[in-house]
Design a binder for this molecule. Sequence first.
Ligand code: 5GP
Ligand code: MN
Length: 348
Amino acid sequence: MLKPILTEEQLKQINIWLSDCTHFVICAHLSPDGDAIGSSLGFASFLRSLGKEVTIVMPNQFPEFLHWMSGTDTILLADRDTEQVKEAFAAAEVICCLDFNDLSRIEELGEIARNSSADFWLIDHHLDPGDFSKVSVSFPNMSSTCEVVFRIIYQLGGFGTMTKEAAECIYCGMCTDTGGFTYNSNSSDIFFIISLLLEKGIDKDLIYRKIYNNYSANRVHLMGYVLYEKLQVLEDVHASYFTLDREELERFQYIKGDAEGLVNIPLTIKGMKLSISLREDLEKNRIWVSLRSVDDFPCNKMSEAFFNGGGHKNAAGGHLDCSMGEAIELVKKAIHEYKPLLLEKNSY
Ligand code: 5GP
Ligand code: MN
């Protein structure tokens, strides 16, 4: 059995929304990942089964390897479908914020949302939820927003009518946010939920292939290039980093999502504790930072302190508005500052 996660007080407000409101908007974070898309589609399916009008909005495009999920073709993008998005937010009675903890994480879309008179319903698993929602269902210890969404649907009695397609979306986010159940995934509840999703007829092996064995040849070549030519391994401090500038990305005909997961690979080196990637934006003068770690090394703290970002203990992101040279210096400084933690013995 799954323990209920919604409090009596939250249930009261949610039941008011579910009985009195018709227009719901669901939005998730910038550069949406599997958890953002999966949780949004899974939750939309639940709300639609209750007869609600639901519009799903993302700040910008999501990677090609997530397009197989049922309903992705209905998702509006704020930077492409701006007028429709404004209309949806203006008509919204409830705005469901999934997989992010603060309106600042959705950039310009946050402004549009703030101007709406709708109530906010936060559903998330990032630390430090902002104080902007009427109901905040925030569980930083959970694997994914998809897990939180599943538990909400389950508690509200919506599991019976959950479709196979919605179950696939929820499984996808649980899978991607745990690296295919290789980190952040030791809770037995996760596997209980998976057993329920399997009862809906999902093919988890096929979903794995759709997520992880769905690359272009360019991406595989980019991966080889990064690992062979770009990876800087600082063996003495158990850390590594690599950079990708615009020219290199263009050389490998980079499309959104192609760099996804590359930052995880250096962690397969024995004893490696921290991996950082620096990727130049294709248009604006910005460098996107990704951090991954093992054990207790706090990527989120390092990102907050050095890279204008945050996230989870073992997976965080941020950005820098400077040259690649300056960004590399900052990475070296951050690694130096965290040297004592990096030198602590790994758990194996
Ligand atoms: P990624 O490296 O895949 O971009 O991000 C890894 C994790 O860190 C994701 O869970 C993402 O939500 C979070 N994250 C990425 N960028 C930021 C940021 O700028 N601020 C915060 N708070 N979290 C971030
Ligand atoms: Mn997530």
